[in-house]
Write a protein that binds this ligand. Sequence first.
Ligand code: 8YV
Length: 306
Amino acid sequence: MADAFPILMLIERPSQWLLGGLDDRYDLRHAPGPGITVAITGGGEGIDATTIDACPDLKLIAVCAVGYDKVDVAHAHARGIAVTNTPDVLTDDVADLALALMLSVSRKVALHDHYVREGRWVREGTPPLTRKLTGQKIGILGYGRIGHAIAERVKPIAGEIAYYARSEKPDAEWRYIGDPVALADWADMLVVAVAGGKGTAGLVSREVIAALGPEGVLINIARGSVVDEPALVDALVSGRLGGAGLDVFADEPNVPEALLGLESVVLLPHQGSATRETRAAMAQLVLDNVEAFVAGKPLLTPVPAA
Ligand code: 8YV
């Protein structure tokens, strides 16, 4: 259509729900340029200042993710460009996957599946005992929507729950520990649930990992950038950290080679929100934000100033 609304699509493989919603009212572009007022991107793709400035008429960046750490939000806002993300609709999925990782690491679910499939049960007999998850002390690093949802999921089975956030949450019923090292020292299992970005880069430091210790477990469903990944790999390989359940990594899809052979680690390919139901809901929220923008109405989920 001659008067179709130009949209810059930066997501490498847009979902069927996103593409299906961008009907012939929209003219999908795959390169920046003048005349484009809306860009759609993903959590992994983001959009940098150079691309933003290559779209002199850009007014909205709609991110199909809750994490917008790959978006130069400060630059967008300085140019008067709104940014939206997709919070809430994926909270359950990410929190569910955190629980799945907690159980899989403690009870070695993935390892035992392979143990049976590879005939080791027949050849080697019953595998070594694992660890009971129920009753463990669970530390949650970051107490936003997803951290809260994780706490609610583990509440019936955790021995105790404590959390770290930049400030204490008055409505939280759990113990607040205002230092990541102290939380790791207290916890049996530390679940990383903070947002990615400059403010949390390397928050799970070598010291935090050391404080978790040889019986401790790290779960990361947030962003690889939050963890000192070389320190994590060193600690896991040497046995100075008991185990890890990782859905995110510093340089996705590349995972440190040294982790691939470890039986103490469960590795997932960034599956946090990767269900049909949730990806459909994320796409719909992106489309709703775009349509609100086009109609001159308030955006549904604008991100705050950087
Ligand atoms: C997506 C995510 O897997 O929402 C996020 O921040 O990490 C996941 O939902 C990914 O970012 C795809 O955009």
